[in-house]
Design a protein around this ligand. Sequence first.
Ligand code: 5GP
Ligand code: ZN
Length: 118
Amino acid sequence: MCIFCKIVNGEIPSNKILEDEHFMAFHDINPIAPVHILIIPKVHVECFQDVNGEMMAAITPFIQDVATKMGLDRSGYRLVTNNGADGGQEVPHLHFHLLGGGRLKWTHLHHDNPKESM
Ligand code: 5GP
Ligand code: ZN
């Protein structure tokens, strides 16, 4: 079972923000912004490439509710999903990073040395 499935079933503790029947939002253990939240479906979907439109439609208002709850709806935020190896995905359970709480830089677009990443 993957680590996020273990968070869903309570085997691994998490700092939860919001939960409903289908989705869960909790603080990232290693934040890279003043607010860094992970939003996941409770069922195991490996990555964005595997998710269907129905789930994406359902998770959208959930993500918006999390942003509102954290006060980011007016100040702004960034929503990111890393897909697969080149995308830098480390946990193979679909998750969206909700980042905010300060003016964000636009980095991580490419490896520092383009030649090394090819
Ligand atoms: P990825 O690189 O797959 O897009 O992001 C995985 C994220 O999960 C990372 O930001 C990492 O800090 C976070 N993470 C990994 N393990 C745990 C954990 O056990 N608990 C929480 N809350 N976050 C985790
Ligand atoms: Zn999982």
